[in-house]
Design a protein around this ligand. Structure first.
Ligand code: ADP
Ligand code: ADP
Length: 225
């Protein structure tokens, strides 16, 4: 699904955020990406979602070298990726329905088809009864679930989450992770960036670790006995 081949990223200004990073994530896999603040986690996600380009090395998605995707094709390529952010990035002056329907309407779905799909997505995250609410009327955990519904509404094969539980307490965080597990169970690949080690420690998922822009553990090596 995702393949990084000796990827380095130097931002304008000269800061090297990634140093020779190689890893792959198989289709249908769920993994965590961890490391201290500034380690390069968001940069990895931004390279996958074509918000940034590598300075050297290659990023491949489903075997396609992202370098070959032209500027004009970026929006199209992103349809296959559901993005979830720490601050959920909901439109606060729009209803839950409008927020979740947005990606579908941009893609040109009819309103009636969009209604069906939004309902299904909200059902999956347990918010079907909040469809007419405004985000302000929802708790932090509910707002994040709206963000997840928006990310999955057009059924992308890959979900990328950047500190999705950063503003949530441990109980709500666990519920959010459980949602990701449910999508993963039906075949969606999931990569979750987080510096919350206590969240990861309770689970048995593969954990990739960045330190100062280097991948110091790709989570594949066996633990020494
Ligand atoms: P993390 O998500 O692990 O906190 P990031 O990938 O966001 O790390 O950032 C890695 C490093 O790259 C940080 O030192 C950050 O300041 C720097 N960085 C991130 N984005 C930019 C940018 N657009 N321009 C310059 N430096 C950046
Ligand atoms: P910055 O590096 O300036 O923080 P952002 O991360 O805010 O850039 O991204 C810019 C905008 O692009 C955001 O509003 C975000 O919602 C949107 N975006 C980025 N990646 C995707 C994606 N894969 N699918 C849909 N929207 C995306």
């Amino acid at each position: 699904m995702i393949q990084f081949e000796q990827v380095s990223k130097v931002y304008p200004g000269g800061f090297q955020a990634l140093k020779n990073v190689s890893f792959s994530l198989a289709a249908g896999e769920m993994a965590f990406l961890t490391g201290h603040s500034g380690a390069g986690k968001s940069t990895v996600l931004k390279l996958i979602s074509l918000m940034e380009r590598p300075t050297t090395g290659r990023v491949l998605i489903n075997g396609h070298d992202l370098k070959r995707i032209k500027r004009k094709q970026i929006a199209y390529a992103r349809r296959d990726i559901g993005m979830i952010f720490q601050d959920h990035r909901l439109l606060m002056d729009r209803t839950v329905f409008d927020n979740v329907a947005l990606p579908l309407l941009i893609e040109g779905y009819s309103m009636s088809e969009a209604r069906k799909r939004v309902q299904a997505a909200l059902d999956k995250v347990g918010l079907a009864d909040k469809i007419r609410h405004y985000p302000m009327m929802l708790s932090g955990g509910e707002q994040q679930r709206v963000g997840i519904a928006r990310a999955v509404v057009n059924k992308p094969p890959l979900l990328l989450a950047d500190e999705p539980t950063g503003n949530l307490d441990p109980k709500l965080s666990a519920e959010i992770i459980k949602l990701f597990e449910e999508f993963n169970r039906v075949g969606v690949s999931v990569l979750i960036a987080t510096h919350d080690l206590s969240l990861i420690a309770r689970m048995r998922y593969r954990t990739l670790t960045l330190k100062d822009g280097r991948m110091i553990d790709d989570g594949l090596a066996e633990e020494p006995a």
